[in-house]
Write a protein of this length. Sequence first.
Length: 382
Amino acid sequence: MEPIVIIGSGLGGYTVARELRKLDKDVPLVIVSADDGSFYSKPALSNALATGKTPEALVLTTAAQMQGQLDATVRTHTRVQAIDVAAHTLRLEGETLRYGKLVLALGADPVRPQLQGDAASAVISVNDLGDYARLRAALSGARRVAIMGGGLIGCEFANDLASAGHEISLVHSAPHPLDRLLPPAAGEAMRQALQQIGVNWHLGVRAVGVERDGAGYRLALADGSTVQADVVLSAIGLAPRTGLAAAAGIKTARGIAVDRHLETSAEDIYSLGDCAEVEGLVLPYVMPLMQAARALSKTLAGERTALSYPVMPVVVKTPAYPVVVAPPPAGAVGGWQLEAAEDGLCALFYDAAQQLQGFALTEKQVVRKNALVQQLPGSLLG
């Protein structure tokens, strides 16, 4: 029997393997990892500094332990060079690996900022445990940190680093933080809350260059102003890893294109997680990934199962200003209605028929989450 091969040892790859083993104890299983195959919580990378967690402390399970738990072969420090969809083989470094079914759980790469200057290559992005280790090393003895990007990850890092005692300058091209998730009033409240713990904001402007300045850096902004920093961190977004699939002739768009069964355009090849685009949706969050892993494991075990996304609110890990948000679907026509209270904000997005399509809750208003979830349409995929 040809093995099921999973490329990727992140949350997506390992969760599919775990769920599959609940359904099929015997099918041969191979997990190919480009790194050391350690299992850890990637979302923890953006809020681990204030608690002093080392990279080693974030590892939950080693590759050897995962191999034993899953009764699988975990190939560490192994890169897949090419997929031959007709032959059902993978080309590795110096060998060929056959698969019966293949799962692409490749993740995403940080979007690299387009910067001028002699220090552009020194800008750090944190996307895995190795990146986190490099950030911790760079922060040793550093006081001033400049962060590019005021979205989800940028705000989480700003809160975490400010709580750890660093002086934060946050540069964001939109007029308020979390502009893709929150209405302006809630974004402004987030700005004020983070400012109170020491975050200095540069809104409505983008960084255009970074130069070395003594032992630190000078970040140039498009409005002519500059920011001095000892460390520069970029958190401007993620780009799904599609190159391996595209080179094999597999259909890609923003991500690796899959249908409701997580099937790609190639026979016996599936994809999920940050690299996948499910019927036009790219959702780089934990809950969509978990739903996808459960559905795909059933399909791999012989019970073809369509993915259905329930309502999946996003929790923003900013203790200075707690937020939970269920964004309205892309392209939804309607508007936000804001309810302000002493204990937080409740913003509700209604369409023209006065159907609730999304919400944003802050501070103690987050307790209303479950009640509002019941009012939203049942599935993002219809």
